[in-house]
Ligand binder design. Structure first.
Ligand code: C5P
Length: 402
């Protein structure tokens, strides 16, 4: 069974008789590890109550586009950014037509336009409607735009007809949704990812550190595993659980992180430095707790080695990716940093905006490489991680032509 750990699934339910199966679908998605939020169209609410899906998903169900209360909480843009996948099940003929036309006339179609996450549809309609040339044209247009389809299944229909048009069974839909993240793009490659902060000890009880949560590095590890890579995290102290199938090696200081990376790097193809490594450490670690004394004390700090630069400068260095957190003139500083450190790629983000970066669940970034760049619109760290891994996969094969 494929998993959806750490994935946010936005489930859209439109108005068909199959809407009653959405309750079971919420369960199936959760069993695979997903967090689920639900949007219901007006038609869907004729078939199943929001209360049912609210109770099962554990979150309020979203129904209105123009709802000031909702917009103050999780409005349509936040929902669209929160999603790692927008799954619409059932997707009726009318909804498919509206999606194909690019309409934004209710919350669900608006979220579909506003999300950078992939879109998957589980069509459900009468077999004659499914075979109608209008539906066929709409489906083929959506497929060309990269929309994923699961089903429909064939068989006895609620209206008495027999043929294709039944919504696929919830376990089949949940499995297809989970498989979407397993793209095999990096099958056979070995990746090392540094993540989290480092701690530089002052004495046995105190240290210097920073606010890095490790979320971005851990999301990258998940995306790397989903892409089929053998993945090792070298992680500073964070409160996160490593994704399944990731080897996680815990370190405290920048010195330990460097040592661990140098030990592992000869066996790796791709190195991603996502850790917020302390640039300086205390010149000496006191053996005893430093006692309170004078009004002012001076700390003597010495420079830590730059781990990513050391890795990039080594013989047979792997494809090396760094991060650049900047507050101004982001792209120029990032490109300069990429050249100075000898990196193949750099992910630049603007940390002057407190709603992204360090402790946030969201991020937005520009990925730069030698002869190109790509903007990654604001979305969950998990979606950003998947996009970064896709860019690395193309660039590492030497064919970056975005
Ligand atoms: O120079 P700056 O700290 O802004 O560079 C950030 C990038 O360098 C990140 O990819 C970070 O993981 C890496 N880095 C490192 N070792 C250091 C400092 C930064 O690997 N000592």
């Amino acid at each position: 069974m494929a998993h959806l750990f750490n994935r946010n699934v936005l489930l859209g339910v439109s108005g068909g008789i199959a809407a009653y199966k959405s309750a079971e679908l919420v369960r199936q998605l959760q069993e695979r590890g997903a967090s689920v939020r639900v949007i219901m169209t007006r038609g869907a609410r004729e078939f199943i109550t929001p209360l049912t899906l609210q109770a099962l998903s554990g979150n309020p169900v979203h129904t209105e586009l123009l709802d000031t209360g909702a917009e103050q909480g999780m409005g349509h843009i936040e929902l669209a950014r929160w999603a790692d996948l927008l799954l619409i099940a059932p997707a009726t003929a009318d909804l498919i037509a509206r999606l194909s036309a690019g309409r934004a006339d209710d919350l669900l179609t608006t979220a579909a336009l506003a999300t950078p996450a992939p879109l998957m549809l589980a069509p459900a309609m009468n077999q004659q409607m499914w075979k109608d040339p209008a539906t066929i044209a709409n489906i083929s247009q959506l497929s060309e735009r990269g929309v994923h389809l699961v089903g429909p299944a064939a068989g006895q229909q609620a209206c008495g007809d027999v043929g294709p048009g039944r919504m696929e069974a919830p376990p089949v839909i949940a499995e297809a949704a989970a498989r979407l993240f397993e793209n095999g793009l990096l099958a056979g490659t070995r990746i090392i990812i540094t993540a989290g902060p480092t701690r530089e000890a002052l004495d046995p009880v105190r240290y210097l550190s920073n606010h890095s949560s490790g979320k971005m590095g851990y999301a990258l590890a998940q995306a790397a595993v989903d892409a089929g890579a053998t993945t090792t995290l070298v992680s500073g102290p964070v409160s996160l659980t490593p994704p399944e199938h990731v080897r996680c090696l815990r370190v405290e200081s920048a010195g330990e992180m460097l040592e661990k990376c140098l030990e592992l790097v000869p066996e790796c193809d791709i190195f991603i430095a996502c850790a917020a490594v302390a640039d300086y450490r205390p010149a000496a670690i006191e053996q005893q707790k430093i006692k309170k004394g004078p009004e002012q004390v001076t700390l003597h700090l010495v420079r830590n080695s730059d781990i990513v630069a050391v890795v990039a400068a080594g013989d047979n260095s792997p494809f090396t990716v760094g991060f650049a957190a900047e507050t101004n003139d982001v792209l120029n500083y990032a490109r300069d940093k990429m050249q100075r450190k000898g990196l193949d790629m750099i992910v630049a983000n603007d940390v002057s905006d407190p709603s992204i970066g360090f402790n946030s669940d969201h991020n937005e970034a520009t990925v730069l490489w030698r002869d190109g760049e790509q903007v990654l619109a604001r979305s969950s760290k998990s979606t950003i991680a998947r996009q970064i891994v896709e860019l690395i996969a193309v660039a590492n094969k030497g064919g970056m032509c975005v």
